[in-house]
Write a protein that binds this ligand. Sequence first.
Ligand SMILES: Cc1cc2nc3c(=O)[nH]c(=O)nc-3n(C[C@H](O)[C@H](O)[C@H](O)COP(=O)(O)O)c2cc1C
Length: 222
Amino acid sequence: MPTLLRIDASAQLEERSLTRHLTGLFTQNFLAQAPETKVITRDVGLNPIPAIDHKFIHAAFTPPEEREPWMSERLALSDELVDEVIAADIVVLGAPMYNYGMPTALKGWIDHIARIGRTFSFDLARGDTPIEPILSGKRLVVLSSRGEFGFAPGGVRAHLNALDPALAACAHYFGVAQADIDTIAIEYQEFKDARHEASVEAAETRTRALAAKLAGAAAEAA
Ligand SMILES: Cc1cc2nc3c(=O)[nH]c(=O)nc-3n(C[C@H](O)[C@H](O)[C@H](O)COP(=O)(O)O)c2cc1C
């Protein structure tokens, strides 16, 4: 039975959010083909994760056997979020572009997922590459939306895209190899013209096809 972890990060409500539309479409099409799928949903856009602070960092970098009760309490939400990632075969991220990067809510989620001893290990004996991911074998589906356009590689605003490279850089915390990331993005949202309509339609078609493909692969692997 595959497990899908759906993360929504838009600050907009359901009816106004294009990324929620795409994560919903993906989930619905995945379930249509693999109805036994377990879906975990986490809406960090509507229920923001608190920013990490010095107490969080102190607690996270204290070995578990040395932690005081307040430290375990401070890490409880992070542990829950990491458990959700560990349980997932596919992480579906609704990732709007805010100020050329990811929304604070999504960054907050990632800051809680990047945990020493849980999602990565750190050892200077490994020389210049001390960080090693702990999780592996998962897929990441990034479903995004942008007000402007041309953010894909080779596009007129590719150099301004601080969202997709940041998600790719952090993918190892979710156990995802670079080759296992799929990104689908709606563009032109702010123009509200025919280009936007075409972009929505293309993104919907690609989202449905990707959900069917990944659900088919999950069913075969079962
Ligand atoms: C706070 C904020 C910042 C934004 N910054 C950008 C931006 O830097 N570049 C861009 O192309 N669109 C930007 N947009 C437009 C959003 O990417 C677009 O509205 C997208 O559809 C948001 O996703 P959602 O519909 O799921 O909320 C921004 C929107 C908001 C609300």
